[in-house]
Design a protein around this ligand. Sequence first.
Ligand SMILES: *Cc1c(COP(=O)(O)O)cnc(C)c1O
Length: 401
Amino acid sequence: MTMRHGRGFDDLESRLADLRRRDMYRVRRNLEGPQGREVTLEGHAFLNFSSNDYLGLAGDPRVAEAFKRGIDRWGTGTGASHLISGHTAAHEELEEALAAFTGRPRALLYGSGYAANVGVINALLSVGDFVFQDRLNHASLLDGGWISRATFTWFEHGDSADLEAKLAAVDHEPTRKLIVSDGTFSMDGDACRLDELVAASARHRAWVLIDDAHGMGVHGRSGVGVVDPERYATTDVPVLVGTLGKAFGTAGAFVAGEDALIETLIQRSRNYIFTTAMPSALAVATQKSLEIAVTEDWRREHLVTLIDRFRAGTRDLGFDLLPSTSPIQPLVVGDPARALGLSRALKQRGFLIGAIRPPTVPEGTSRLRVTLTAAHSVADVDSLLDTLSTLAACWSRASAS
Ligand SMILES: *Cc1c(COP(=O)(O)O)cnc(C)c1O
């Protein structure tokens, strides 16, 4: 396609048409009610297996009540960035709670996980430094690495031997090295091999950044996530990123670590400095959801029951499962058209499950990304399994072709 570039949008139109032809076109759905076990769409109720609201807190009335109380106390907007006049005692309190939760000296709030990842990598690395990224890392981590202008190196997914070989190749370089990994991988649901990453970082004088967007609230003692402070010192994983829009059911993100890291971010992280502080009421609401997430162990226990049941059921139906013990349980079908077809067939039967296609996942691995939440019942999972069973016949016919 060597179309001469003009002033109109003809070339955009032709690229959009191309996306449609390849079943890669993305559309948004307008939900007509709150996030939860059931969502309303086009006037109908759907059982929702497509959110990251793992603990079912996005619609929790106690969190909503805290949000309203926060607005009464703080108003809606903060009116400025944290460094001008937008930083409040509500932010400070939440940061202290997040530091205590992660067992680290300090935490710093960001507007989103995307901003935190780009912001922290850029504050730490620049030209001449090195960043090592797992093949399946989240887009925000990759973007952070690219924008930093550090030398960017991939390592094969979960392959610490590959990582070590690549680290060894630059052992003689005196500059900064950062190993970057999702804690729980967002599209596959498997956990990183943290012991191996930490060992590699110790042998090759590198830092480790773990983005535990999908692990926090869900895994470990009190939902502390993949980086349990009883097992890992802050120096083992100096940079820990968590998001608040997933298991914690609100929005925003944070970085947790030592004072020198947090102060460096405040001085140098552009995504922290040049942006309006999140509403204080959101910080108040998040403090409530954090408290619920930590104390209500039954949510995590119930999730484990649902995950085991879903995996056993889909295995019986002949689906190939990925090695995930998390609420992310993808059914990989390969072709984007097939993933879309299955997603549509499930929707006709009352289930909302997203088809995930490239570039979010590698070519040839399009999938249904089933996510379970503590708001689901065992009966909900069983009804999804029943429906998958009716569709499995067509599915295996299609995959045999
Ligand atoms: C969702 C996600 C993010 C982005 O977080 P937001 O707060 O939604 O911007 C970052 N990292 C990972 C691994 C994620 O899954």
